[in-house]
Design a binder for this molecule. Structure first.
Ligand SMILES: NC(=O)CC[C@H](N)C(=O)O
Length: 205
């Protein structure tokens, strides 16, 4: 079978880094800005950036409704940081009127780690993301990151914060064909999260 085609929502945020990370995994990639560009995708990445801005642009470019339809019919989607917020069914600390694409049965808190810590790094063990205790831990970069405050029964927790005041907080999840991380693997250069997503895409083709 030919390599899967994975789109990256390219309205705002660090979509270029995701395109490069996916190309390094051997997939074909497309920057998605129009509804017609959703048609031939085997998977989609919603990048980090600003969830409030991406929400507005999704609605302005008539992408919100078609995206919800594709997700409902099983399109694999990976959301990182703002992308995690956009995949959540419910958000806390959103702005007035903020909408999400939804699909993941989670409540996500925006900017959850507090104002003092805009950005930090942490080593995670996440066997489902290819970081087992015998592998090198996964270096996770958090930038004004959300966390998953509560998750429904169908949601599999892939990683939690292990130390500090946020210890135990959920920062990576999967439910069916949807997966999300509060951190940015496209920045740390660790290919394991993108590989796990490509595997998920392959499993749904
Ligand atoms: N790095 C990020 O994607 C930050 C997310 C941002 N705080 C938001 O609410 O969208």
């Amino acid at each position: 079978m030919s390599a899967p085609v994975i789109g990256v929502l390219a309205l705002q945020g660090d979509f270029r880094e995701h395109l490069s990370a996916l190309e390094r995994c051997g997939t074909r990639t497309v920057g998605v800005r129009r509804p017609s560009e959703l048609a031939d995708l085997d998977g989609l990445v919603v990048p980090g950036g600003e969830s409030t801005t991406i929400d507005k642009l999704l609605r302005r470019f008539d992408l919100m409704a078609p995206l919800r339809e594709r997700i409902a019919s099983g399109l694999p989607v990976y959301g990182s940081c703002a992308g995690m917020i956009l995949l959540a069914d419910r958000i806390l600390d959103g702005i007035e009127g903020q909408q999400t694409i939804g699909g993941l049965d989670v409540t996500v808190r925006r900017n959850a780690f507090g104002r003092q810590v805009d950005s930090f790094e942490e080593d995670l063990h996440a066997p489902a993301l290819g970081a087992t205790p015998s592998d090198p831990p996964m270096r996770a970069v958090f930038i004004r990151a959300p966390w998953v405050e509560t998750a429904g029964d169908a949601v599999e927790v892939l990683a939690t914060v292990s130390t500090g005041p946020a210890a135990g907080r959920i920062v990576a999840v999967r439910q069916g064909a949807l997966m999300a991380t509060a951190f940015h693997p496209e920045i740390s250069g660790d290919a394991r999260v993108h590989r796990a997503f490509v595997d998920l895409v392959e499993a749904h083709r």
